[in-house]
Write a protein that binds this ligand. Sequence first.
Ligand code: FES
Length: 151
Amino acid sequence: MSAELNAGEEEIIPESNRRGFLQWTLGGLLFGGFVVAGNVVLRYLMPPPPRLEKAHKVSIPVSQIPKGSSLMLKHRGAPVLAIHTEEGISAFSAVCTHLGCLVKWLPAENIFYCPCHAGKFDVTGKVLAGPPPEPLHPAKFEIVGDNIIFL
Ligand code: FES
């Protein structure tokens, strides 16, 4: 093939190169079409992914939180603190609303305590003392039979 063309000259591409180019292009388009069609068929045949709500449910036996105790667990990727008091079972996000430290349950004082800046919350999550600007965020759960299910 010539490297330089003079003005007004057209490059002549041999017929075999054109045919090869067309064959490769057509082959690529057909292959792409098969890949897309196969993907659509596979998606249609495969079962749907589990619903997120179900995937996020955490179930623990009530017996894991005897009266007077607490349990730290992870729900939806965040720490949750469940407590069992005389009033029953309740659960809150264990993340302090001040600067995000983890609170702990002090059963003797019946309070949630944040060791970072001495934040204190009552059994309902309400701020009792310290800098936290708002109450602890309650965790949603329900008791079904002998299990506590975090929703
Ligand atoms: S982070 Fe909890 S009181 Fe500051």
